[in-house]
Design a protein. Sequence first.
Lengths: 62, 188
Amino acid sequence: MANSENSAKQSRRSLGVNARDKIGAQLRDMYNSVITEPVPDRFLDLLKSLEAKEKSEDKGSE
Amino acid sequence: MNQSSAPFKSELIKAIPNMRAFAISLTGNTDRADDLVQETLVKAWSNASSFNEGTNMHAWLFTILRNTFYSEFRKRKREVEDVDGSMVAKLASHPEQNGMMDFADFRSALTQLPIDQREALILIGAAGFSYEEASVICGCATGTIKSRVSRARALLSEILGGASSDDYGPDATSQAVVKIKPINTITA
């Protein structure tokens, strides 16, 4: 009795672990597929313009 | 030139791919995600002085991004929040017959999770933060993060077809929708 309960619990848990592994792998794959994309130009341009703005403000305050 | 801005800028650039991955996972939409990253960069730049050098810059940026996402989300409220997952059964996606799902399907499944569960799962399961770091980013207890992650995994596995494809095959409603002919074929 106790044994069959245990094995039922066991199989439920191993199913859970499988599903968990699968989801974890898919999640990481999806995430990594974005991380490996090159940085879009719009962000480099944005930072360049923020930096330029700061530079001109620094000069203005001298 | 401000002497500290050059290394700060290069650190920001290095963090952009991670910020985009987080934003896309949160929004499920590349355009919205990139707007979110842009806003985060502007805020980070103007609050550079509040960043403590030597601390985890990714965690700092993720916090800004996440807070920006939330305030925008509250403003819009266009999306339907599904706190207890009651809509999941209706929205359950049907995996391709070969069982393979592309990232678009996975992204859309992810956006069906309640936001708090979604972000916890991404931070822990993909971005590689510790429970402690994630709890700082989300402003809640570590135990809360843990339970959100486990609920997110359970719900996601349900959405992605944890049951057999027969159990989750197209129902009468979705089959009826598929059968509807496009309107423009009638008028032509």
